[in-house]
Design a protein around this ligand. Structure first.
Ligand code: SAM
Length: 267
């Protein structure tokens, strides 16, 4: 039984990390006039209201996207900032795009989107939010969806794997899953998000992933826990077949996070 709901956490610093690098990569990939596939294993509901009671209860978006935009981490031309603005112009000033909507806004009519979401309520919201776009939504297990679609048509493209890690076994099964996927789709840009945890539970998984995918880009940012006792103290992205220039953008982002954390310590 799934209990995680991203509407409590949308727009937090982990989303800023994940969504800004995702937008950067999709911007890069869509510069070439060749169609691509976008596959997402854990889609969530695609559109969030940061004024909703759930978001206000945690206050994570206030510490995340709201603060980051005010601090000008992203130039007006940055694809992440551009899409957030575009969504707010359409859906209201407190709206926030999840990764499926961010991707759909950036892709072209010749591109294909496949999105999986297992939670029934989240799936209904996803299906509704994505109805104006040319996207296929599946109410099924995301790992099974991509196993059956890979290699996708078109062959160029990107897969985002953004689990809620509700099943602790995912830390063991993800390395096996990624080996299978990269064998089936060797040219795909495969992106895995993971949390940095005080317990260090993510570390053995990463050691195994780095051993299997030596050329992958690993990028991590640290931030203060959202609440006292909260176990997540940072966000990580592992990118297999990273697009050219991604490491420079990741380094730029590291500097923003570091500056923000040292400001927190001074406050
Ligand atoms: N990727 C989204 C974004 O950045 O906007 C957020 C996704 S949220 C972290 C994870 C989602 O995965 C939750 O909505 C959860 O219901 C869903 N989920 C959990 N296990 C799943 C599975 N095996 N297959 C598909 N969806 C799953």
């Amino acid at each position: 039984m799934l209990s995680y709901q991203h509407l409590y956490h949308a727009g937090n610093l982990a989303d800023v990390h994940k969504h800004s690098l995702l937008a950067w990569m999709l911007d890069y990939l869509t510069r070439k006039d060749k169609p691509l596939s976008y596959l997402e294993t854990h889609a969530g509901r695609a559109l969030y209201d940061l004024a909703a009671a759930e978001a206000l209860k945690t206050g994570e978006a206030t510490q995340g996207i709201t603060r980051v935009l005010a601090a000008h981490w992203f130039a007006e031309t940055h694809p992440y900032r551009r899409i957030v603005k575009q969504i707010r112009d359409t859906h209201g000033s407190q709206s926030y795009p999840g990764s499926p909507m961010l991707a759909a806004e950036m892709l072209r009519p010749t591109d294909r989107l496949h999105l999986a979401e297992l939670h029934p309520q989240e799936y209904s919201a996803l299906d509704f939010a994505m109805s104006p776009y040319n996207a296929q939504c599946y109410a099924k297990d995301g790992y099974a969806m991509v196993q059956s679609l890979c290699p996708p048509t078109p062959r160029r493209g990107l897969m985002l794997i953004d689990p809620s890690y509700e099943l602790k076994s995912e830390y063991q099964t993800l390395p096996v899953f990624l080996r299978q996927i990269t064998r089936k789709w060797p040219v795909g840009v495969i992106v895995l998000w993971y949390p940095l945890l005080t317990s260090g539970a993510h570390r053995p998984m990463l050691a195994e992933l780095e051993h299997s995918h030596r050329e992958a880009l690993r990028h991590e940012v640290g931030f203060p826990p959202a609440r006292s006792g909260h176990k997540m103290i940072g966000s990580g992205m592992l990118v297999i077949n990273p697009p050219f220039g991604l490491s420079d953008e990741a380094m730029r982002l590291s500097r923003c996070f570091k500056k923000d954390t040292s400001r927190d310590r001074r406050d």
